[in-house]
Design a binder for this molecule. Structure first.
Ligand SMILES: C[S@@+](CC[C@H](N)C(=O)[O-])C[C@H]1O[C@@H](n2cnc3c(N)ncnc32)[C@H](O)[C@@H]1O
Length: 434
């Protein structure tokens, strides 16, 4: 029996390691050794669990539907999307103190946030059904691989990633073997290092770890008024027929426009970002705080810079928008000059978006009056939103993944099946049954 087969059988039975050990009257360490492939379980033990599986009643639907861990969590964009699909977050890792501050403010009464993922032993991370991670993209060293080759050691793609943060994702997947994962990255991950980075990533996930993967570049334009393309890689421990290409996204042509997320005159003002003024008979109206209007110096500089590049036939310069537009991609460097998304103002220099508008542009605020807490400075907030995922896009992906996750987790559907189907399933898991 393959090392993971016993684990699958245990999980299909809905048992923790300790519960399986108690049922079989062995030490939990013995179960762990079977699952690590260090020793093989006796046939009788496999039969006990197989019989239990065949005769067990379908479990009651439970809440939450599945558990997940949030790696490279930032301010929790992936988490919000997976919570919307019914998941429960059981572990978070994020090392930036300011991102942690925003995360904590929005997920109070929660588990502790773990720091540097490279320092965390996979065994200290709780069991989970899904791993989500928007990991930073780093080149993989070819030199490291040649050295391994020279040493005559067997190496997979995984070895090639050593010393990168993707390696940490792999070692956690390898240890816990969750039912599924979702990884997110910039679109050019595919072309990075002449395609070598992406080939290595897919090779490690598919060939080394045995996951079924499917990926797709998704533009958030149908969900938020922003052109933002990101690559999403979904993986499943078993073949559930998941195909990213069958997911239909909202039509970008019908998607929201900037006017839908800009501060409006009739919304409740928010200290620091907007102010209320009485306008004659119109009464109190809300306006964006003057601190977001570009100074003459910065605006003149941006205009001169754009003109220079236009004359040289390259570059777009700044992006000047009206409420009828969709914005360019919000980047983590927006705090510098805000040049990629400026809002035109009548009779004044353009302004930047406020952090609140950035929260809406990334889909963090479901509506104008439901707001995430932003407990950090504008500079930190711009960086955090520029690094984040678009929440409704992740929610769409998570909801699309959910039935596939549940198919792996919930043995319920097996109970509908004939003994022959069950036997086929056992064979698929390479279990020895009579
Ligand atoms: C691209 S951002 C992910 C943002 C997230 N998806 C969101 O919606 O907010 C990557 C995050 O990884 C964090 N990070 C980078 N290296 C890390 C490490 N070694 N341990 C923990 N977090 C790390 C960064 O601080 C950053 O917040």
């Amino acid at each position: 029996m393959e090392d993971h087969a016993f684990r699958s059988l245990r999980e299909l039975n809905g048992l923790s390691v300790d519960e399986a050990a108690e049922l079989l009257d062995v030490h939990p360490k013995t179960v762990r050794r079977w699952e690590a492939g260090e020793t093989a379980p006796r046939r009788a033990f496999v039969e006990v669990l197989t019989h239990r599986l065949e005769t067990r009643k379908p479990p009651e639907p439970t809440h939450p539907a599945f558990t997940f861990i949030d790696l490279f969590a930032g301010i929790g964009g992936m988490r919000k999307g997976f919570e919307a699909a019914g998941g429960k977050c059981v572990f978070t890792s994020e090392w930036d103190e300011y991102a942690q501050r925003t995360y904590r403010a929005n997920f109070p009464d929660d588990h502790e946030i773990a720091g540097d993922i490279t320092q965390i032993d996979a065994a200290d991370i709780p069991e989970h059904d899904v791993l989500v991670a928007g990991f930073p993209c780093q080149p993989f060293s070819i030199a490291g691989v040649s050295k391994l080759n020279a040493l005559g050691r067997q190496h997979g793609f995984m070895n090639k990633t050593q010393g990168t943060l993707f390696f940490d994702v792999l070692r956690i997947l390898k240890h816990h073997r969750p039912a599924a994962f979702l990884l997110e990255n910039v679109k050019n991950l595919k072309s990075h290092n002449k395609g070598d980075t992406f080939r290595t990533i897919c090779g490690a996930l598919e060939d080394d770890l045995g996951y079924q993967i499917s990926y797709r570049v998704i533009d958030a334009k149908g969900y938020v008024p922003q052109h933002r393309e990101r690559i999403f890689i979904a993986g499943f421990r078993e073949d559930t027929g998941f195909d990213f290409n069958r997911l239909e996204f909202r039509d970008p042509a019908k998607g929201p426009l900037l006017g839908d997320i800009l501060h409006s005159p009739d919304e409740t003002p928010e200290a620091h970002y907007s102010v209320q003024k009485k306008i004659g008979r119109l009464g109190p109206r809300t306006f964006v705080d003057g601190r977001y209007t570009l100074s003459d110096k910065l605006w003149n500089y941006l205009e001169a810079y754009a003109a220079k590049h236009k004359a040289a036939g390259n570059g777009f310069g700044f992006g000047l928008n009206t409420p009828k537009d969709k914005a360019r991609t919000l980047s983590a460097r927006y705090y510098k000059d805000g040049s990629e998304i400026l809002i035109a103002q009548a009779g004044k220099n353009p302004r930047r978006l406020t952090p609140r508008e950035c929260a809406r542009l990334m889909g963090f605020d479901p509506d104008r009056e439901t707001r995430i807490t932003i407990p950090v400075s504008d500079t930190r907030a711009y960086k955090q939103f520029g690094n984040a995922v678009v929440v409704p896009v992740v929610a769409e992906v998570a909801n699309y993944m959910k039935p596939h996750i549940m198919r792996i987790l919930d043995p319920g559907e097996l109970f509908e099946k004939s003994p022959a189907a069950l036997r086929r399933r056992a064979q698929q898991l390479q279990l020895e049954v009579g």
